[in-house]
Design a protein around this ligand. Sequence first.
Ligand code: G1P
Length: 297
Amino acid sequence: MKQKVRTAVFPVGGLGTRFLPATKAMPKEMLPVVDKPLIQYALEEAQAAGIENFVFVTGRGKTVIEDHFDHSYELEDTLRRRGKEKALEQIDAFVPPAGRVAYTRQMHPLGLGHAVACAAGLVGREPFAVLLADDLILSRTPCLKQMVDAYEEVGGNIVAAMEVAREDTQRYGIITTTDGVAAVAAGELVSVAGLVEKPAPDASPSRLAVIGRYILQPEVFDRLAETVPGAGGEIQLTDALAAMIGRSPFHALAFEGERFDCGDKAGFLCANLAFALARKDIGPAVAEFVGQRLMSS
Ligand code: G1P
């Protein structure tokens, strides 16, 4: 019996400079895809995977995220008096129970590894998940649920993975598998032999990239404490993970689903389109508009 993954960590301290001016006064995690902020997709994905505790590693200017995961008394009261039951349900259903959400500030932007290390005391010595809200995944089974199911089989550490174009390896943590496989099919779980953060295309050991979903053993906090600044001068989660290989099982899951890089303007717009088209209420109208626009261009 594997120890249950109960806690998820959401690093949300980033400045969102790739999305200025939209992110001047608004956290990038609050950018909506259709009608829901990115961070709510991540939290709901964690809930669907059975996560009970939610830890946000925030920074200055992010308090609106705390408000989003709290009850909004005035709004709820107004909606109740107006009999707007559906709207009430929409603002209430995802709010975790009291005492299940914690916020801590990263204070210095020292990298993703440092952000995760900031959550150490709140997570404790048990396995936990990390979700990067920028990576939005449209799938039949939520990506983290797929990973938790795999974790129940193999335990240890698991990262989500997908193949990327060779010219894009410098944007990701890149995986080497133990049997050196070059391609992975959706749903496949492969054993990880090596990890390197953002290698140049010609130096990259493969095209298999880590996507922002992780299930990690608490030993990662010990490795993070020893990790020195790596790629980009930041404390990289990937470097701490690389130091764990060989000590406990380490797998990559080629998840089923379509991933959108919502930290990128084009990726964000594609996500909006894909999620809108998948919706029963607005999908047909959006499809008609897109079809006509493409025909006339
Ligand atoms: C982070 C990780 C990288 C991973 C990527 C997934 O990079 O450092 O290993 O592949 O997320 O989106 P970032 O996008 O924060 O530069």
